[in-house]
Design a protein around this ligand. Structure first.
Ligand SMILES: [Mg+2]
Length: 248
């Protein structure tokens, strides 16, 4: 059930509301559930484990960011790519050679992320329940297909979505592909997410509308300024996921 607070806001005339039967493409990691915090914890554990005598934690982090950018190009997004980036970072800055034991320990930092329970963000379930009765909802998430579909299954949220799209990258071409596959009308389609680089900017470039729901712990490689848009295209910036119920 939608709490009274959300219901009441439906009648607030100052909040623009959009008609029924829009299509909401919705990001998953750090939009529906926590994700980046687990990576940050794993990175902090890795840096402590490394205990580098010459590099500060900030310097190690800087190198890891650089290595991760390269690993994304060669291995895509996901835990395997992240584990690979940790090993590469170790090899780049450690004076001692990597042994099978060290390799195993470093992979362990990445694999603890896979065992984390899905922690939904505030009011996500009841907001999706409300939205699913009024609009068509599609998950659009990037990463390893097996990992991302597994998270959707375990979240218990799959029932609210008419489709789940796991894509290797989220760029303008990806959104054009999703729009074509689902035969979507640009003016009634919205991308909802926490990442300017992956969710908002490429969706606006592809000609659909966007809803930016910032998350305090957004991955540094997703940071980018939000580009604007000209009417009739629309961009909403919300303080939380539950605020979607005020507009849709
Ligand atoms: Mg995200």
């Amino acid at each position: 059930m939608i709490p009274l607070k959300i219901r009441d806001r439906r009648y607030d005339s100052s909040v623009p509301r959009f008609e029924l039967s829009q299509t909401l493409l919705i990001d998953a990691d750090d939009t529906l559930w926590e994700n980046n915090i687990y990576f940050e914890r794993a990175i902090a554990d890795f840096i402590s484990f490394l205990n580098h005598c010459e590099r500060t934690p900030a310097e190690v982090r800087e190198i890891l960011n650089e290595v991760e950018r390269d690993c994304i190009v060669s291995h895509g997004y996901g835990l395997k790519s992240f584990a690979h980036a940790l090993v590469k970072t170790f090899e780049r800055i450690s004076v001692e050679p990597i042994t099978p034991e060290l390799h195993h320990a470093i992979h362990g930092f990445a694999h603890t992320i896979a065992t984390q329970p899905i922690q939904l963000l505030a009011d996500v379930e009841k907001t999706l329940e409300y939205l699913a009765g009024r609009h068509r909802l599609v998950v659009v998430t990037k990463g390893d297909p097996h990992e991302q579909s597994g998270k959707v299954e375990r979240s218990g949220l799959k029932k609210f979505f008419s489709a789940v799209e796991v894509v290797p990258e989220k760029d303008e071409r990806t959104y054009a592909g999703v729009i074509a596959r689902h035969q979507l009308a640009h003016e009634h389609t919205w991308m909802v997410g926490n990442s300017p680089r992956s969710d908002i900017n490429p969706a606006l470039r592809a000609g659909i509308n966007a809803v930016f729901v910032p998350h305090n712990d957004t991955w540094i490689l997703e940071h980018e300024d939000v580009i604007g848009c000209e009417p009739p295209q629309k961009l909403l910036v919300l303080g939380s996921f539950r605020e979607l119920a005020q507009h849709f």
